[in-house]
Design a protein around this ligand. Structure first.
Ligand code: HEC
Ligand code: HEC
Ligand code: HEC
Ligand code: HEC
Ligand code: HEC
Length: 200
């Protein structure tokens, strides 16, 4: 049970007060974050990238892109039927599902589709030791505790929460993860309704 206990240290205060506390903590975090950004900027002004630029700026890869290497679930999980857990290897053992590294891709692409420009980009990046960057599609607010492990072990299918990913050329979130959505499934499956099971 160690995997699921880590994120579950409950605050000993009622939910309303802990929200206030959370706001205060968030403010402190924001303030110290700004301080760090300021320090970094002063220490290395000449080569600092624009740390304040929004993540969705033109420089960021489009959703679903791997830097400049595209990734298509309809080929891998669809046409070739690769199991989800082959690449998202932590989904049944930890809170996060995990994303594959360049090494995982190259395990096949050392041999497969070697002449494709996209795979040549992949190989160049891998050889240069550059890690692949992925855009996040699904996310929850940071005050929510969620773990893949218990859901995957309770045999809740990936598709119940993520849709039919094997049929998506670009992964998109079909509808947001509202509290109502979590709770309506919990209702059907007789899972928890306790506030502090999901609220940190
Ligand atoms: C060959 C490896 C591979 C396989 C097999 C695979 N995926 Fe992925 N998956 C990726 C990569 C790479 C990304 C990041 C790029 C992207 O978003 O497409 C990703 C992204 C995702 C995301 C979006 C994560 C986020 O950013 O929020 C979900 C959800 C997902 N995969 C679910 C699945 C499911 C469900 C299956 C099985 C039907 C599956 N994947 C099979 C490699 C794989
Ligand atoms: C288990 C083997 C396997 C793994 C692992 C794998 N792929 Fe693939 N990939 C394939 C196969 C098979 C094809 C289809 C090749 C074809 O149609 O000629 C393919 C096709 C592709 C293509 C299209 C190539 C083209 O232009 O025709 C890209 C891009 C790609 N994969 C990227 C990735 C990335 C990025 C990863 C790692 C996240 C990855 N693949 C992991 C087997 C794999
Ligand atoms: C009960 C709903 C649910 C199920 C079932 C589920 N996921 Fe997720 N998944 C989520 C939520 C919610 C997030 C966003 C989590 C966050 O922001 O903390 C997420 C995030 C992800 C991510 C991106 C972040 C990460 O955890 O690495 C991937 C990849 C992913 N899921 C893959 C899968 C795969 C593969 C399966 C099936 C083996 C699966 N998920 C089953 C709800 C689910
Ligand atoms: C199964 C998980 C789950 C349970 C149980 C749960 N919540 Fe939530 N709650 C969420 C998620 C996920 C969100 C964020 C998404 C959203 O805003 O709908 C949320 C958001 C909220 C928000 C909005 C927070 C904000 O700052 O905007 C409030 C208030 C809230 N929950 C109160 C409660 C109370 C009170 C209970 C107990 C009666 C409870 N929740 C039980 C998952 C849960
Ligand atoms: C499609 C169904 C489904 C959805 C959607 C879902 N859950 Fe669950 N959840 C379950 C099931 C089933 C269990 C019970 C697992 C068990 O007891 O083995 C569970 C258990 C949990 C637990 C463990 C509770 C305990 O007893 O300790 C937490 C925490 C949790 N879910 C959070 C969430 C949050 C947060 C969301 C929304 C982002 C969510 N779940 C969405 C099906 C779902």
């Amino acid at each position: 049970m160690t995997g699921s206990t880590v994120g579950r240290q409950m605050p000993p205060v009622p939910a309303i007060e802990s929200r206030e506390g959370r706001r205060r903590r968030r403010l402190i975090l924001l303030a110290s974050g700004a301080l760090v950004v300021g320090l970094v900027a002063t220490l290395a002004r000449s080569q600092t990238p624009d740390l304040t630029a929004p993540l969705s700026s033109a420089a960021a890869p489009p959703a679903g892109a791997v830097g400049e290497v595209p990734f298509d679930h309809t080929i891998h999980a669809g046409k070739y039927g690769m199991p989800c857990l082959d690449c998202h290897v932590y989904a049944d053992k930890s809170p996060v599902a995990g994303l594959p590294s360049g090494r995982k891709c190259m395990g096949c692409h050392k041999f497969v589709a070697k002449d494709s420009p996209a795979i040549q980009t992949l190989a160049t990046r891998f050889e240069a030791g550059e890690s692949l960057r992925w855009n996040r599609v699904f996310y929850l607010p940071d005050y929510i505790y969620f773990s893949h492990r218990m859901h995957v072990r309770a045999e809740v299918a990936c598709s119940e929460c993520h849709g039919d990913v094997a049929a998506m050329k670009t992964v998109t979130q079909d509808r947001p993860f509202t509290m109502g959505r979590c709770l309506s499934c919990h209702e059907q499956r007789h899972a928890t309704h306790e506030c502090l099971a999901c609220h940190k």
